[in-house]
Each structure stands twice: as structure tokens, then as C-alpha cells.
Write a protein that binds this ligand. Structure first.
Ligand code: ATP
Ligand code: MG
Length: 285
């Protein structure tokens, strides 16, 4: 089978298998504040690929997705090539990150007026859909629902909002039963050749979501996490200006990050990470 390299994302390499199919290969690269760091996290790409496969196999009744097959290396996904929407579909169940910053400044997030007096990391009365632009270069920016509807059309907007909230509800309930709070998440959708809306990219991974240990959850402060937050916090502690080049990560931070990613995988899937590496298809069953 011939594979033509078509693009490099920050984390994934994209190859064309043929006109209809892509191969997404998740590397061990890690980016924080949209800068790829010089140090890799061993096995991270396999965690992302396996977790996405796990969720794709379990959410087909909510929305079709791009997954066709996982390869034996545990980091490569054969998928349907989609025409991706120019927005990132973010759902927030808790107020943190850029949502917390926006709320403190304006009392709103993406046009949602929120109750007064929320504290950092507090659960919202209900999950909200907070779209962002998909910046070609630089940082994604939060936009209002109206701006997003202008970018993708009203009907498509209404559909992705409804589906994103439904997917978040499904995944957050699953995660909560396994001791993990799914604080927020980012999804990407596209259209297939028949014009059908399909879930693409990755789903409910520690790169696209904030996962907090439920037993340590305490509103009013930042939360310990099973995701990139640990690396973000390390980078910020250095006083790094968040522009390239990013800092090298010391061995302890690499091991700590790898451990958090693998623990998120094992808790959420109930599958040993070594069992996944031995046979990636275990996450699809
Ligand atoms: N089924 C699909 N068809 C077409 N493109 C896809 C599909 N699934 C994911 N993509 C795109 O592939 C890329 C995945 O690579 P990666 O996540 O490393 O990139 P990124 O750093 O998030 O984004 P980018 O570099 O494009 O700004 C994303 O641009 C994503 O939108
Ligand atoms: Mg991405």
C-alpha cells in the first residue's frame, strides 16, 4: 500500500492512503500553548490512538465517525478523509482554562452569560457549547455561537452543538463512574463524500480534554490532572514566554506525564496499556 505524506500537525503526521482514506499517525510529541516541546513523551501517541478508538467504537449510535481501522503499531489510525469544519467544538462542564479567564473578565464564555460568583473549576449548572476558531497558525480563539453559526451555517451549527453536548454527556458519565471528571473537551467534525456529518480527529483523549481525578476534585483552585496540565504547569513555573522554542522537559516530568497519560487510558478503558500494545483492537471490542 502506498502512503503519501500530506501534512504534519503539531502531534500527528497525516498520510493519504487513497482518495477516500487517510492514515493519522500520532507521534509522541507534546505541545503546550500551541508550541511543540523539544522533548517527547514515550508512548503518548499510542495512548491517544487507543483512547480515541475506544470512544469511537462506543459512540457510533450518537454520530458516525471516521475510524476505519487501528494498525498493529498502536499509533496509526486508518480513517475516512473528511472535509473538516473550520471550528473546534468545545464543550465545558466545569469552568477552567480560557473559559475561566473569559468569565473573570466578562462574566460570559462564548456568549453564554453564566451565574455570578462561580469559583475556579466549579461545575456549571449545565454543560455549555463554546466553539473556537481553528487557527491555521497561532492560537485558537473562543468565538460566540453566532460567529460559529456564520462560519459553518446555522443548520450545521445546531447539529454539531447538539451532538457535541450528547457526546460530552456520554463520555463524562462513563468517566465519572471510573473516578475521572471530564472537565471539558474539544471535538472536530467534517463532512464525508456523501455530505454526511462525521466525527473526526481524536476523541476524549488527554490532549483534547481535561481529565481530573474525581477524589481530589475541589472547586476554588486549579485541579491536579491526568492530562497536559501537568506539563503546562511545569512550563509556566519556568517563566517561559509561551513562544517557540519551548523548554526541554526533565526526566521526572517526562515520567510523570507518561504515567498520567497511561493511567487515564487504563482507568477510562478498563484495559491494561500493555494489553493494548499487544493487540490494539482490544479497545474496539
Ligand atoms: N478524517 C479526517 N479528515 C481530514 N482531516 C482530518 C481528519 N481527522 C483529523 N483531521 C485533521 O488532521 C490534523 C491532525 O493533526 P494534529 O492534531 O497533529 O494537528 P493540530 O496541531 O491539532 O492542528 P494543525 O496543525 O492542523 O493546526 C488536524 O488538522 C485535524 O483537523
Ligand atoms: Mg489536533
Amino acid at each position: 500500500m502506498s502512503e503519501t505524506h500530506v501534512a504534519s500537525g503539531k502531534v500527528r503526521e497525516i498520510y493519504a492512503l487513497d482518495d477516500e482514506r487517510l492514515l493519522l499517525v500520532a507521534s509522541d510529541r507534546i505541545s503546550t500553548f500551541d508550541v511543540v516541546l523539544p522533548t517527547e513523551i514515550p508512548d503518548k501517541g499510542c495512548v491517544l490512538t487507543g483512547l480515541s478508538g475506544f470512544w469511537f467504537a462506543r459512540t457510533r449510535e450518537i454520530v458516525p465517525n471516521h475510524l476505519l481501522a487501528l494498525r498493529d503499531d498502536g499509533r496509526s489510525t486508518e480513517c475516512k478523509r473528511l472535509e473538516m469544519l473550520p471550528i473546534e467544538c468545545v464543550v465545558r462542564g466545569y469552568i477552567t482554562g480560557s473559559g475561566w479567564k473569559d468569565y473573570q473578565a466578562t462574566g460570559e464564555v462564548c456568549g453564554h452569560r453564566l451565574p455570578e460568583g462561580l469559583v475556579e473549576s466549579q461545575q456549571l449548572p449545565q454543560p455549555i457549547f463554546t466553539p473556537a476558531t481553528k487557527a491555521q497558525t497561532g492560537h485558537d480563539e473562543n468565538i460566540t455561537r453566532e460567529q460559529a453559526a456564520e462560519l459553518v451555517g446555522r443548520e450545521t451549527f445546531d447539529t454539531v452543538e447538539r451532538i457535541s453536548l450528547e457526546l460530552y454527556g456520554f463520555a463524562s458519565e462513563h468517566a465519572r463512574a471510573r473516578g475521572i471528571v471530564l472537565a471539558d473537551t474539544k471535538l472536530e467534525f467534517g463532512f464525508d463524500e456523501k455530505g454526511e456529518l462525521v466525527l473526526g480527529d481524536e476523541a476524549f483523549t488527554p490532549d483534547s480534554s481535561r481529565f481530573w481525578p474525581a477524589d481530589e476534585y475541589e472547586p476554588g483552585r486549579p485541579q491536579p490532572s491526568f492530562d497536559k496540565q501537568y506539563v503546562r504547569d511545569y512550563c509556566e513555573s519556568l517563566g517561559w514566554g509561551k513562544t517557540a522554542p519551548g523548554p526541554e522537559l526533565p526526566d521526572g516530568v517526562v515520567a510523570g506525564t507518561r504515567g498520567r497519560y497511561v493511567e487515564a487510558f487504563e482507568r477510562l478503558t478498563g484495559i491494561g496499556f500493555d494489553d493494548y500494545l499487544a493487540d490494539p483492537d482490544v479497545v474496539l471490542r
